[in-house]
Ligand binder design. Structure first.
Ligand code: ADP
Ligand code: MG
Length: 720
């Protein structure tokens, strides 16, 4: 198969050009400073701090500067760039060109167009918040995330990051609650720091670094699989001879065509200011990962959207397709996102940095306790933050953390917390210890305060937490607005206790111990993949919520509503609408998968098996005519026919269960989603089982779609 490299328009950058390349397509602070009068720049800075509106004259100066900058870079259009509840980004381009009569036109960009947009947004999911006849939705400029240029074959477009809300102010997107939650955690963390004597801190920033996993496959393989096209995952496919047993893909040397993709991806990302930093091969064949440098949660979320979009775009230029689905292939590991999260003061201090003597670091210990309490109290909410129908395939399947939320602290910190709680903790290691590698030619390495635990859903990794069960397709907004808010609530609980204290520092130590004692059931340093953990977790009373439909309930629990309302992140109405959106989304996903499966079974697999059976029958006839023995051929045909009959029966069952589920459309979103989970999805699994047996019995040339083996191992031409 020939793999044509489509078009390589990108300039290749040498090391020394990188500083010129990085963020060259971003209207960042220094660009703004250069182009705006000092007075105006100051106002922008102020407004960014206070969240106040810019006065029209000031906003117009900014709009003009932004337009000039964009035009100099070849832009023809601008768009408000927002993140509706689809989980993707949305844009609607308007041109800068305005006709002025007499066949003439000028370019214009008004401050109103910069600050506020009104896309007709009736068709985005709103969970009943907005009926289509009152479709008013507004986008509002998010000054905390810089505007950038999107440049591709479609030209150059100025993208202005915005939040998206309804006429009545309800959030219709993923960004608004994220921004609100950043305010909440900043407010509560600052309040606690003030109590503990850190008077210079005025603001605390949630920092996030999301590692993104993905698969690359050949475009021609993708194009020949309707399941991948319609659902992002394979609905049939028998087990390849080789999966990931040998662990030979993880961190393996990167094949040149893949490295070429990664290089172009990095360059495209650097241009728009995404600090793509780490790239490597992942566990499954054809699976890879990209990690950026961390940033404020809001920018990290915008950047992760850009990363996902750019991955897809650049892949096609290399004759490849990027799959972001959580489980594109059964039998091999799927993809996730590791959401690294911490809190940083405006004075530059990481509040989750243990320092060299963590046992004396009161601020660290009380913030650590706050996180432990938050995750235990709101485990069900953390679970829904990581729930998608795609992720249901991964969690608990021995490749990703189980559906049980727990925290990995590591031996040293667990020991310190246990000490504080007055329990006997054996602190086996301390920070000053050195790691000795056992050979005199290697110098000892300083020991981290925690080891790694790759099986934990929420692991402390030295100076941050890594939420390791976030779905690879999802916006990271939900993971972070959840984390920010549950921690804000916990910090507020702590401040209320310490506010009245005569010696808050002393009491904070004791309180950290008390909190640990009350919530230590959520701490688990062992192997989360082990079967015993499921039983142990049950004994500890930790929830084990295996699927998205059940996980959704946490969104509308009384405890959730009270917390989100208190922290001003969501109103009850907004939460109810999000609950509807999750359940509707679940039913829609399974419905589309079922339809794609029926389509593939009826129009590809059945005709292929018919052809192959006819071929076998013809062969048997010819052999018999020639007087040859046909025992083997006849046995093959009989076995195949048996499975084929079964396949047909199971296909009918799937069609019936889909029809029955669709009849429940007006019985409420929960009833509908449950029907799709328990009946339709179950029928899909049964059909797949027989389909995969057929695949293993039909000659390769007759099978209508490429096999797992072909897709996963024939990604590049050369074997090295
Ligand atoms: P490792 O590769 O050892 O897991 P890294 O330090 O490279 O650890 O971090 C992995 C991810 O975590 C990166 O995206 C990184 O930017 C991010 N990260 C590092 N420090 C923080 C922090 N304080 N807050 C949020 N994310 C962080
Ligand atoms: Mg990681």
């Amino acid at each position: 198969m020939d793999r044509k490299k489509k078009k390589d328009k990108t300039k290749k950058y040498k090391g020394s050009d990188f500083s010129e390349l990085f963020a060259s397509h971003v209207f960042h602070e220094s660009e703004m400073k250069k182009r705006l009068p000092n007075r105006v720049y100051k106002k922008v800075e102020e407004a960014r701090e206070t969240g106040d509106m810019l006065e029209p004259e000031v906003a117009q100066v900014v709009a003009d500067a932004m337009k000039d900058w964009a035009l100099e870079h070849g832009a023809t259009h601008f768009t408000h760039w927002f993140q509706p509840m689809t989980g993707f980004t949305a844009e609607k381009h308007d041109s800068f060109v305005v006709p002025v009569g007499g066949g003439r036109a000028i370019t214009r960009f008004s401050h109103k167009e910069l600050i506020k947009g009104e896309p007709d947004a009736s068709s985005f999911p709103s969970g009943g918040l907005r009926a289509t006849f009152e479709a008013r939705g507004y986008t509002a400029w998010d000054m905390s995330s810089p505007a950038f240029l999107k440049q591709d074959e479609g030209g150059v477009t100025l993208c202005i990051p915005t939040a998206f809300c309804s006429y009545t102010g309800e959030a219709l997107d993923k960004k608004t609650p994220l921004l609100r939650s950043m305010d909440a955690v900043s407010r509560e963390a600052t309040r606690l720091l003030q109590i503990l004597g850190k008077k210079d801190v005025k603001k605390v920033i949630a920092t996030v670094g999301p590692e993104q996993e993905y698969f690359l496959i050949r475009e021609e393989h993708y194009q020949s699989r309707p399941d991948l096209i319609y659902t992002g995952r394979t609905l049939f496919g028998s087990r390849p001879p080789k999966g990931q047993e040998m662990d030979d893909h993880y961190f393996a040397s990167i094949k040149e065509p893949i490295a070429a993709f990664m290089r172009e991806l990095d360059e495209e990302l650097w241009k728009v200011g995404v600090s793509a930093r780490t790239r490597h091969n992942e566990v499954a064949p054809s699976q890879h990962e990209l990690a950026p440098m961390f940033n404020s949660a809001n920018i990290a979320c915008d950047h992760n959207q850009i990363v996902m979009e750019t991955m897809k775009k650049v892949a096609v230029r290399h004759g490849l397709v990027c799959l972001l689905h959580e489980k594109p292939f059964a039998y091999v590991n799927g993809s996730g996102k590791h959401n690294n999260w911490s809190l940083q003061t405006d004075t530059g201090e990481n509040l989750l940095e243990p320092g060299s003597t963590p046992e004396k670091n009161i601020i660290f210990l009380i913030f650590l306790a706050a996180v432990i309490r938050a995750v235990d109290e709101h485990a069900a909410l953390m679970r829904i933050a990581a729930a998608t129908p795609g992720n249901d395939h991964r969690l608990g399947a021995n490749e990703a953390p189980p559906a049980i939320i727990s925290i990995y602290l590591g031996e040293m910190l667990t020991g310190i917390m246990a000490d504080l709680a007055g329990e006997k903790g054996d602190r086996a290691l301390s920070r000053g210890d050195l790691l000795r590698v056992g050979t005199s030619s290697l110098s000892p390495l300083p020991l981290d305060s925690s080891d790694r635990n790759r099986t934990s859903p929420f692991a402390f990794t030295g100076n941050k937490f890594e939420f390791r069960m976030v779905p690879s397709t999802a916006s990271i907004a939900a993971a972070n607005f959840t984390l920010n808010t549950v921690v804000a609530e916990s910090l507020s609980f702590i401040s209320e206790k310490l506010e009245k204290s005569a010696d808050p520092m002393q009491e904070a130590m004791a309180l950290a111990g008390e909190i640990y004692k009350a919530h230590k059931r959520v701490v688990f340093n062992g192997n989360n993949y082990a079967g015993e953990w499921v039983e142990e977790a049950e004994r500890r009373g930790l929830p084990n919520i295996t699927n998205t439909v059940d996980a959704a309930e946490a969104i509308i629990s009384e405890k959730t509503i009270a917390m989100y309302e208190k922290q001003n992140v969501f109103s009850k109405t907004e939460l109810e609408s999000r609950y509807e959106i999750v359940l509707e989304g679940y039913a829609n996903t399974i419905r589309i998968e079922a339809r794609a499966m029926i389509d593939m079974a009826s129009r590809l697999i059945i005709p292929a098996v018919i052809d192959y059976r006819a071929f076998l029958a013809d062969t048997i006839r010819s052999l018999r005519e020639a007087g040859s023995d046909t025992t083997v051929e006849a046995a093959n045909l009989a076995e195949l026919s048996g499975h084929f009959l079964e396949f047909d029966v199971r296909l009918k069952q799937l069609k019936e269960s889909l029809a029955r589920a669709d009849e429940r459309e007006d019985q409420g979103s929960r009833v509908l989603a449950v029907a799709f989970r328990d009946e339709v999805f179950a029928a899909m699994q049964r059909l797949r089982e027989t389909g995969d047996i057929l695949e293993s019995q039909v000659a390769r040339d007759f099978w209508p779609v490429p096999s797992y083996g072909e897709i996963l191992y024939h990604i590049v031409d050369s074997p090295v």
